[in-house]
Design a protein around this ligand. Structure first.
Ligand SMILES: NC(=O)c1ccc[n+]([C@@H]2O[C@H](COP(=O)([O-])OP(=O)(O)OC[C@H]3O[C@@H](n4cnc5c(N)ncnc54)[C@H](O)[C@@H]3O)[C@@H](O)[C@H]2O)c1
Length: 309
């Protein structure tokens, strides 16, 4: 099998990530099947994918024709057997919970074609933890994305010790085919490359907020101005989903109870989740959406060149 042979992609879990990953594959010419627990979730996902594509058109990244062609390549199914028909590549983006991932991969192992390549978008779990559950550990690896996938187009390609190296190479090649920059992770590493760096930043930002050292807005402002970035760590957490951040932190604290301020930050994030404030996806998180404060011109007054000759 070569990268050009991948024609039909199954996305398991059509939430925040599955929508972007599905659209990315469709934009680069693949047929995409979105799978989720029920038809309502799939309907919401399709509407949201239309909005993401619309945003890319508005931003000048793609044309309207590219967007409509991609949307026409996306279909949905809440039936695992039907969703698995003729699939060459699977990308799984269900919640970050190892038992759930094992269960869902076990279910799909009954239906997927034997040559399909199986990938997980897990943020912090190692693929070896549930490779066996997929039924084809040698065809299983992590293929891990960043948001928004089309623009933050770094993708980690991370095999486990039992992954067939030709499958890993194929995913490196396929990543390039679908507009992504593959980062080959040479050994299993829970958090890959960018996440390893970002987790440190995010933990520091959370500790500052929990200890009320500065406001959330000011913490983000520091980051935005000094690094000339469009958003800071709390805005990023809103875009990731505060529930996803919480799940990731819970896994980290379970593995190492000495994570500094781990319990306090869990309580801080849990309160947001209990209030239904999950970030952009629910319209409120650390900021309110649409048009969050950090996107307004007066949020940071950047110094601009005034005296250019
Ligand atoms: N959010 C991010 O920025 C980000 C980035 C990289 C990786 N990830 C990882 O991607 C995965 C998904 O994260 P997300 O942010 O998209 O989560 P999400 O909560 O937005 O979406 C999860 C989706 O999975 C569905 N789901 C739940 N149980 C299911 C099941 N049994 N079968 C099929 N679908 C099921 C839900 O209905 C939902 O649509 C996690 O492992 C997360 O760590 C997230």
């Amino acid at each position: 099998m070569q990268a050009s042979d991948i024609k039909k992609v199954l996305i398991i879990g059509s939430g925040t990530m599955g929508r972007h990953i599905g659209l990315q594959n469709a934009l680069f010419g693949c047929d995409v099947v979105l799978y989720d627990l029920n038809e309502d979730a799939l309907k919401t996902a399709v509407v949201h994918i239309g909005k993401i594509a619309g945003g890319f058109v508005k931003g000048g990244y793609i044309t309207e024709e590219m967007a409509s062609a991609a949307l026409a390549r996306i279909s949905t199914s809440s039936d695992p057997a039907q969703a698995s028909e003729g699939i060459d590549l699977v990308s799984e983006s269900i919640p970050e919970n190892v038992e759930l991932k094992k269960k869902v991969w076990g279910e799909f192992s009954k239906y997927l074609p034997k040559d399909a390549i199986l990938t997980t978008n897990t943020s912090t779990l190692l693929p070896s933890l549930f490779a066996e559950a997929s039924g084809k550990p040698e065809r299983f690896l992590a293929w891990h994305f960043n948001l928004p996938v089309f623009i933050a187009n770094i993708v980690d390609v991370m095999p486990h010790a039992g992954t067939d190296p030709s499958v890993t190479q194929l995913m490196v090649d396929y990543s390039k085919r679908v507009g992504l920059i593959p980062i080959f992770i040479e050994q299993e590493w829970a958090r890959y490359v960018f996440n390893e760096m970002f987790t440190t930043l995010q933990s520091s930002a959370q500790r500052l907020a929990v200890n009320k050292v500065a406001s959330i807005e000011d913490i983000d402002r520091c980051w935005m101005v000094i690094l000339n970035a469009p958003f800071g760590p709390f805005a990023i957490m809103d875009n990731i989903g505060i529930d996803t951040n919480l799940n990731i932190l819970k896994e980290a604290v379970a593995a190492d109870p000495d994570v500094p301020y781990g319990k306090e930050v869990i309580a801080f994030l849990q309160a947001k989740v209990d209030a239904g404030e999950l970030g952009r996806k629910t319209g409120k998180g650390f900021y309110t959406y649409p048009n969050p404060a950090y996107e307004q011109p007066d949020f940071v007054e950047r110094v601009v060149p005034k005296y250019k000759k």
